[in-house]
Design a protein around this ligand. Structure first.
Ligand code: SAH
Length: 203
């Protein structure tokens, strides 16, 4: 937690979410001793669990108050999913790599989160059944915001996504104001590619 304060994270609700979420549950057992470093770590299937300070910055930008319905694209380890579960009313999370989703499901249950729904599939299509969402987090890099996600964003809703090239992006905040979308570039970012119909091709 001190680490995050040193990184300039000041939102108390966000810091509390980190206190409530044991990161070691989301890291493969062989590297569990490294779970509390401020580093990204491999979680298998060529994917990574992001650096905690990256999650913290994301969560501060979403300004969640506890009443929101949140859609996450890229469950990965499920760590961020659980962080969000402490900051919002309900979290819906989609992961395209089925074995990752199954490990995430186990870890999320072990962490005690109950307000989380998981879906295996292409998150670039969103999850229409529960739309609109007050916040949408895309945790993989995309050429642009997938169109279905923009349609599923509520009025005043905030969407965060790393946008740009396959290997380098700019973290971008999109806020819906009626039919208009306000876009704000936040910071350079480097995420694994978002692979799907409205993202990158699998190669
Ligand atoms: N927040 C996660 C980060 C995982 S990395 C964590 O901290 O663990 C990004 C994840 O996005 C990877 O697991 C990858 O498989 C997934 N992903 C990539 N494209 C996707 C898509 N179209 N739909 C859903 N998940 C996708």
């Amino acid at each position: 937690m001190e680490l995050l304060r040193e990184q300039g994270i000041v939102d108390l609700a966000v810091l509390r979410a980190f206190d409530l979420t044991p990161r070691h549950l989301f890291v493969p057992s062989g590297i569990r001793h490294r779970a509390y470093e401020d580093n990204a770590l491999p979680i298998g299937n060529g994917q990574t669990i992001s650096q905690p300070s990256t999650h913290a910055r994301y969560l501060e930008l979403l300004k969640l108050t506890g009443t929101e319905r949140v859609l996450e694209i890229g469950t990965g380890s499920g760590y961020q999913t659980v962080l969000v579960s402490h900051l919002a009313e309900q979290v819906f999370s989609i992961e395209r790599v089925a074995p990752l989703l199954e490990s995430a499901r186990v870890a999320i249950r072990a962490a005690g989160a109950r307000n989380v729904s998981l879906l295996a599939g292409d998150g670039t299509l969103g999850w229409r059944e529960y739309a609109p969402y007050d916040a949408i987090l895309v945790t993989a890099g995309s050429p642009d915001v997938p169109e279905p996600l923009l349609r599923q964003l509520a009025e005043g809703g905030r969407l965060l996504a790393p946008l740009g090239e396959r290997d380098a992006q700019v973290l971008t905040l999109v806020i819906r104001r009626g039919d208009a979308l306000e876009r704000r570039a936040i910071a350079p970012a480097r995420f694994v590619p978002l692979i799907g119909r409205h993202g990158w091709s699998a190669e």
